[in-house]
Design a protein around this ligand. Structure first.
Ligand code: DQA
Length: 153
């Protein structure tokens, strides 16, 4: 009997600046769920599968970049809400391109219905997919897309 367990698929969920305030921050735009609520949902969604899910949130661009570098050769998929850095950060784009990890870009709000400066994302054209405007359910949709790609036995 082969007792060796199949290696887990590793998912890193990254949240950028101000998302630590989710739940209290502009609830009319971002809803009432906290980041902890979102994380719990992702954990329960991933539970039946052979997935390991880790979470990082930082308000600092450099810390987000470090987290992406650390994911290199260690993580299979990234789900990232880059927050405002989507619209400003070539450095974050370069980090994601450098590690070659497939990633899903999530925006809670529909960035295309908002101010013009939010319509452009430096990450969008290198993302596997972008989920924008689904509320916090966008994170779950990204996780479902990953689950859909898992090897079946
Ligand atoms: C956001 C949209 C960004 O424009 C904004 O700067 C955020 C959150 C979203 O989840 O809708 O901080 O990424």
């Amino acid at each position: 009997m082969n007792t060796k367990e199949a290696e887990k698929t590793k998912v890193l969920v990254i949240n950028g600046p101000n998302l630590n305030l989710l739940g209290t921050r502009e609830p009319e735009v971002y809803g009432s769920q906290t980041l902890v609520d979102v994380q719990q949902q992702l954990i329960s969604l991933s539970q039946p599968y052979n997935l390991e899910v880790d979470f990082v949130q930082s308000n600092a661009e450099a810390e987000l970049i470090e987290a992406i570098h650390e994911a290199r050769n260690a993580v299979d998929f990234i789900i990232i809400n880059p927050a405002a850095y989507a619209h400003t950060s070539i450095a974050l784009r370069d980090a994601l391109a450098a590690v070659s990890i497939p990633f899903f870009e999530v925006h809670i709000s529909n960035i295309y219905r908002r101010e013009k400066f939010r319509h452009f994302s430096y990450l969008a054209d290198i993302a596997s997919a972008t989920l924008s405007g689904f509320g916090t359910y966008g994170y779950s949709l990204a996780m479902l897309a990953i689950i859909n790609q898992l090897p079946r036995n």
